[in-house]
Design a protein around this ligand. Structure first.
Ligand code: FNR
Length: 338
């Protein structure tokens, strides 16, 4: 029997050759501070495509300069970014992987000169800047920046867009009552806290008809914060809005201790998959082929995202195939030594 990890997966209108996804990981390597692709990005992403991942999700890419985590983040706030991104996309595709991009805004977690913005004027912790509370104009402009980012991603040729709604960045800050104390229609009730993400999704849907994913932090690890049941409800709404898959991470909206162990977030992906009846991706300390196969066979998630293990081993798909006794096709140049 063929393993599930190496079974193709249909994601809306595209097919991934396997269930292995490179998780978005910031490289902080846009050294000219212009958000553009450099040699590092080409080398780093293309080697994971050569290594056999089915889908490569490019790191958090800022939709506005103010939405960068650091000055070295990649960006998609200008048409000038399209050329470099498009070149990277074709290099990755040439090696047989599908390409995704994570559209992001750092909100109060931006470490930049000048003002930073967030739903409410509350810093992440005492060492971080106090953000300026977003006006309704800021909200409109930021939603429109996400939409323009999606349009540029389409022009650059990406197969998949992932909206970064996790890890305490802007969208997550709207969702959680710990960081959103607004009294207008973007704060207070669950529906209101969801409104910003709702409008980002609707806006992107207007310019993009490919697979659309959202990464969430399905647990705040705080007694007054959100937990997975809240994210089941959000996921039901996202499903109604046409989101194809929820990429389930956790934490980082407020400083909190996260208990970490192999597969520590898989249960969250499983709960959302079952209770909201939407496909999910599992991520977080998944390191072996057997562990990945267990998650898929027990229908706990539909895709396996790997972060650090793919940094350590760009050929992880090959290692996992060996572990699972699966034959996978090497790049033809490597056929004699695979
Ligand atoms: C990350 N992570 C991350 N997550 C995200 O949604 N957008 C991002 O840009 C980044 N950046 C990033 C950089 C680096 C260097 C690391 C190690 C991690 C989180 C990442 O996608 C993943 O969820 C976690 O690393 C957990 O998975 P692993 O590493 O245990 O497989």
């Amino acid at each position: 029997m063929k393993t599930k990890l190496f079974e193709p997966y249909s994601l809306k209108n595209i097919e991934l050759k396997n269930r292995i996804v490179m998780a978005p990981m910031c490289m902080y390597s846009s050294h000219n501070e212009d958000g553009k692709i450099e040699n590092w990005h080409r080398t780093h992403y293309v080697s994971r495509a050569v290594g056999g991942a089915g889908l490569i999700i490019q790191e958090a890419t800022a939709v506005t300069p103010q939405g960068r985590i650091s000055p070295q983040d990649l960006g998609i706030w200008s048409d000038d970014h399209i050329e470099g991104l498009s070149e990277l996309v074709s290099m990755i595709k040439e090696q047989g992987a599908k390409t995704g991009i994570q559209l992001a805004h750092a909100g109060r977690k931006a470490v930049l000169e000048g003002d930073i913005i967030a739903p409410s004027s509350i810093p992440f912790n005492e060492n971080m800047k106090t953000p300026v509370e977003m006006t309704s104009e800021d909200i409109k402009e930021t939603i429109s920046a996400f939409v323009k980012g999606a349009e540029r991603a389409r022009k650059a040729g990406f197969d998949v867009i992932e909206i970064h709604g996790a890890h305490g960045y802007l969208i997550n800050e709207f969702l959680s009552p710990l960081s959103n104390k607004r009294t207008d229609e973007y704060g207070g009730t669950v529906e209101n806290r969801y409104r910003f993400l709702r409008e980002v999704i609707d806006g992107i849907k207007g310019v993009w008809n490919g697979p659309l994913l959202v990464r969430v932090s399905a647990k705040d690890y705080h007694e007054d914060g959100l937990d997975v049941e809240d994210y089941v409800a959000f996921s039901e709404w996202m499903k109604e809005q046409g989101i194809d898959l929820i990429d389930v991470s956790s934490g980082a909206v407020v400083p909190a201790r996260i208990p970490v162990y192999p597969g520590y977030q898989v249960k969250l992906a499983e709960t959302i998959k079952k209770d909201a009846a939407i496909p999910t991706g599992a991520v977080g300390l998944i390191t072996s082929g057997l562990q990945a196969e267990e998650i898929l066979q027990n229908e706990r998630a539909d895709l396996i995202l790997l972060g650090r293990e793919l940094l350590r081993d760009p050929y992880w798909p090959r290692s996992a195939a060996k572990e699972l006794n699966e034959e996978i096709q090497p790049p033809k140049q490597y056929e004699r030594g695979w």
